[in-house]
Structures are given as structure tokens and as C-alpha cells.
Design a binder for this molecule. Structure first.
Ligand code: CDP
Length: 213
């Protein structure tokens, strides 16, 4: 049974890699960021982002979370990502979501012979004995440009594009900083991870590199 752990910075290409590997090897894939995004989204929707009991509120939503719901809602906005990164510093929330990720892995590994998880602490915390660990990164500018392209906006005035790119770079810089510096499971490559910088390579080139490994 094969476990594949993918970690890395925001918009580095982790998700595209995870999906491509999942298609090639028919192993289920979980984007674990969606769990944090879902909890953040529920708090925003219920207008309790400034609650005094924020950590407890997060845990209450996390306990109720099911994988099915992740597909139903639009969780990809930068506002949701920003708040997800803030609440991802709570260790009690991380403990609840860690268990869900491990359950997903155990179940699917048995059923399909393998499983692929992407996130920030997969190789270091969730799957410390994974067969393959990858840490994917790229320059901040390249990552912000990719995120802008994902938004699929058909026509943008040059100045609006510059402004959006600038905002995205600021948001992602802040998020990386929070993720790298938090006490509980900070973003870091596992000692035995292959570290790949995707600044100058395409998603397909990354995929080929990884499948060769
Ligand atoms: O897609 P992107 O890389 O921009 O973000 P994401 O993977 O959806 O994660 C959103 C946020 O959730 C991250 O900035 C982290 O703070 C948090 N996260 C985490 O702490 N641990 C994970 N395993 C996955 C996400």
C-alpha cells in the first residue's frame, strides 16, 4: 500500500500534482486545505469570526465536518484562505482535522492500495512514514500569477491586473509567514522529502519529474 505526501507553499502546484497522480495511479486524493477552508467558511458564514470562543467554535464545526460537503461549496476564495490560515494555528482544531485526514488515508489505502494527501504537515505529521514525500514550492510572484490565472477572469485592465497581483502577493506572503512560523505543525519539508521548485517548470514537467521518482 502506497502513501504519497505532498506539502508546500500556497499555489505552488501541489493540488494539480495531487490530482494528476490520482488519475495516473487511481489512488484517492485529498486536498487537506479544504478541511481548514470549510471550517473557516462556516465561521464566516455564521458571522462568528470575532468570537471570544473562536477556538472552541472552530472545533465544533470541525467535528461535524463531512468529506461530501467539501465538494458542495465554493471554498477557493482568498478571504476564506486567509481566515483558514489564521485558525490553522489552533492545535485543538488541528487534532480534530488530523484524525479525519488519517481516517481518509487508512480507509482508502485499504480499498484502493494507495492514497495521496496534500497540505502543509502531511510528510511531517499526518503521514510520517509515507513512501514518497514531496515538498513543492515556487517564487512568490510565479505563485501569485498562477492564482490569478485560476480565477479565470476574461478581461482585465492592465492596472487592475497589477493591483490584483499585488494584493494576491501580499495575502500569500502573509499566509506563508503564518504557516511557517506557527507553533503547531508549521509548514516545513520533511527530512526525507524531495524538494522541488516549480518556478521555471510547467505542471506537466513537475508531474513527469515526480512519476520518474
Ligand atoms: O490552495 P492553497 O495552497 O492556497 O491553500 P490550502 O492548501 O487550501 O490551505 C489553506 C490554509 O489552510 C493554509 O494557508 C494553511 O494555513 C492551512 N492548512 C494547514 O494548516 N494544514 C494543512 N494540512 C492544509 C492547510
Amino acid at each position: 500500500m502506497i502513501e504519497i505526501a505532498i506539502d508546500g507553499t500556497a499555489a505552488s502546484g501541489k493540488g494539480t500534482l495531487g490530482k494528476k497522480l490520482s488519475n495516473k495511479y487511481s489512488f484517492p486524493y485529498l486536498d487537506t486545505g479544504m478541511l481548514y477552508r470549510k471550517v473557516a467558511h462556516d465561521l464566516i458564514k455564521n458571522k462568528i469570526t470575532n468570537s471570544k470562543n473562536l477556538e472552541k467554535n472552530c472545533c465544533d464545526f470541525a467535528k461535524k465536518l463531512t468529506f461530501k460537503e467539501l465538494k458542495n461549496e465554493n471554498l477557493r476564495s482568498e478571504d476564506v484562505a486567509k481566515f483558514a490560515s489564521k485558525i490553522a494555528t489552533f492545535s485543538s482544531l488541528r487534532n480534530i482535522l488530523d484524525e479525519k485526514q488519517k481516517e481518509f488515508n487508512d480507509l482508502n489505502k485499504k480499498q484502493f492500495g494507495g492514497c495521496i494527501l496534500d497540505g502543509r504537515d502531511i510528510g511531517t505529521k499526518i503521514l510520517p512514514n509515507a513512501d514518497f514525500k514531496f515538498f513543492i514550492t515556487a517564487s512568490l510572484e510565479v505563485r501569485a500569477k498562477r492564482r490569478l490565472l485560476e480565477k479565470n477572469i476574461s478581461f482585465l485592465h492592465e492596472n487592475d491586473e497589477k493591483c490584483m497581483l499585488h494584493n494576491l502577493m501580499n495575502d500569500m506572503r502573509e499566509r506563508d509567514k503564518l504557516d511557517i512560523n506557527r507553533k503547531s505543525s508549521p509548514l516545513a519539508p520533511a527530512k526525507d522529502a524531495y524538494i522541488i521548485d516549480t518556478s521555471l517548470i510547467t505542471a506537466q514537467e513537475l508531474f513527469l519529474k515526480v512519476t520518474n521518482i
